[in-house]
Design a protein. Structure first.
Ligand SMILES: NC(=O)c1ccc[n+]([C@@H]2O[C@H](COP(=O)([O-])OP(=O)(O)OC[C@H]3O[C@@H](n4cnc5c(N)ncnc54)[C@H](OP(=O)(O)O)[C@@H]3O)[C@@H](O)[C@H]2O)c1
Length: 293
């Protein structure tokens, strides 16, 4: 596990380097804020303070977006990210009218009132919100077979992963105008069906079904709804409770022979969130290097 702990830190450092290179290498016309695909947007990213959500936030910022970074309890990560975004050279939209590049909002997405407050606060700062990326989620690090999954653990998983997704999705449906984008982070395990992931996978399968129906119910609104379903990705959630042997076995299952990194996922999320992604609607897009086909 020690080896993989070092790997996680290295991945985070590498990602920041890749991100800054992308920004530095953009042609001048593209770095002008008005030319960037997410200019003028302020997405809410639930679970945006760490892992996959954090990487999406950084990528969106490089595409011109301001960010609403949601988290549950760990304000340190959220505050660090927000101050990084607000001090970033890439931040500087000239027409910002004094708006920050990013704000952090603490809210437990499994709580109806807190989800309402999250959206209200985001709108109070940035005006109307057009994009939701719902990345907040949990995975039981005990990996229990269904036979020994406790009711409490099942309920907690469904409360955060499924009810939380429903509450955020519903808030977005009820508030987003034409051009809106709802993107839920699911999991490729819905296709892989691995023992030890019963509650987790079932909780995400429900989200995938919900989002396909939401896309149909949004008919005529010009708002899209999709899931992005990663495979194994180097984050704290992934590494918790896994032996080195288990991790190596998972790496071996991937035709590309490595673990997914958070920056492997961000381009497709950026595309779906942009105007160019309009035709992607009602889909579950698995992004896993071929680990689960
Ligand atoms: N990593 C993978 O291998 C993998 C693969 C497939 C799918 N996914 C999915 O991708 C999403 C992100 O996973 P990750 O690996 O990035 O996880 P992570 O590194 O553990 O980050 C989880 C994020 O979710 C937030 N969060 C947790 N519970 C919350 C709640 N009740 N309300 C609001 N925020 C909450 C955390 O905030 P705090 O810091 O405040 O706790 C944190 O920002 C999850 O939905 C996960 O199921 C992950």
């Amino acid at each position: 596990m020690k080896q993989w702990g070092v790997t996680l830190q290295k991945c985070n450092r590498d990602f920041e380097k890749v991100q800054s290179k992308v920004q530095l290498s953009l042609p001048l016309s593209c770095t002008e804020s008005s030319a960037l695909p997410l200019n003028g947007r302020a997405p809410i990213i639930t679970g945006g303070s760490r892992g996959i959500g954090r990487a999406i936030a950084l990528h969106f910022n490089s595409l011109g977006a301001r960010l609403v970074i949601n988290y549950a309890s760990n304000s340190t990560h959220a505050d660090q990210l927000v101050s990084l975004l607000n001090s970033s050279a890439a931040a500087g939209a000239a027409d910002d009218g004094g708006l920050p590049q990013a704000i952090a909002i603490k809210a437990d997405i499994s709580d109806e009132q807190q989800v309402k407050t999250l959206f209200d606060k985001a709108e109070a700062v940035f005006g109307s919100i057009q994009i939701l990326v719902h990345s907040a989620g949990i995975l039981d690090p005990k990996y229990p077979p269904i036979a020994s999954t406790t009711v409490a653990d099942w309920d907690e998983t469904f409360s955060i992963n499924t009810k939380g997704a429903f509450l955020c999705c519903r808030a977005a449906i009820n508030r987003f105008a034409r051009g809106g984008r709802i993107i839920m982070i699911s999991t490729s395990l819905v296709g892989g069906l691995q023992p030890g992931y019963g509650a987790y996978t079932a909780s995400k399968a429900a989200v995938e079904t919900m989002i396909k129906i939401a896309a149909k119910e949004l008919k005529g609104r010009g708002v899209t709804a999709n899931c992005v379903a990663p495979g194994p990705t180097a984050t704290e959630l992934f590494f918790q409770g896994k032996s080195e042997e288990t991790i190596n076995r998972m790496v071996d299952l991937c035709p590309l022979g490595r673990l997914g990194q958070t920056h492997d996922l961000t381009p497709i999320v950026g595309l779906i969130a942009s105007d160019a992604g309009e035709w992607i609607n009602g889909q579950v897009i698995r992004v896993n290097g071929g680990a689960i086909v």
